[in-house]
Design a binder for this molecule. Sequence first.
Ligand code: SF4
Ligand code: SF4
Ligand code: SF4
Length: 249
Amino acid sequence: MRVGVFKFSSCDGCQLAFFDVLEELLKSREIQIEFFLEAQSINRFDTFDVSFVEGSVSTEEEEERIRQIRESSRYLVSIGACAVSGGIQSIRNFLDFETLKNEVYNYVDLHNSLPTSRPISDYVKVNYEVRGCPINAFELVEIVTSIILNKSLTVNLNPVCVECKAKGNICILVLGSPCLGPITASGCGALCPSFKRGCYGCFGPLRGSNFEGLKQIFKERGWDFQESILSSFNSYNKNFRDEVWKLGS
Ligand code: SF4
Ligand code: SF4
Ligand code: SF4
């Protein structure tokens, strides 16, 4: 199986997750890493059975490159909040680009920057999305194994609360602190609530969750829901960017 790992606008943190499981992956003789600039000096861009893409699309060059990768790949998997939702850099999508350019980066050549920083799925078809900032490396092994075995990739339908309750944690909301667990996709093992911290939504919003219900709870308790959501790496996620627009208006 020919694998490519590609970087777009991002911090590289999700690519680093590969190093946690690379040894495991390479035990299988079926896997050849053909393209991975961060990990090897000899790379070949040809066709790929699966391409893992980290980062958001922020420049014209990236827009062209993601289309080339899509055309060359049987499966395309977005990894991490930047690729799935636009990342922290997509917070600028809610602000005026010209103002930002002039006031923040007027000394940098930004001619190739697009006015928005968008998730990969805004440009090309994505077969599977791995949530998190950074991702859980073991999900990578599961995806590669599923493709080798020709098993369908299952989509996560549960909120963090399901993993949290399975661990027997006392609910942070009940204890009196904000938690975005009810509207956030699971997969992290309820990491933050297990250490008595509220979830801040790094795995991104879960489609169909009760956004309005949680908003009401935050309001009743005097917590700033808008700030919690708008300051997230996932604020431009397709599943709730409209909600964020409403919050800002
Ligand atoms: S999702 Fe987070 S860890 Fe991954 S590349 Fe983006 S900022 Fe870095
Ligand atoms: S602590 Fe958060 S994640 Fe856990 S059950 Fe309560 S709301 Fe859900
Ligand atoms: S509990 Fe929430 S913020 Fe913490 S790692 Fe999981 S998804 Fe991310």
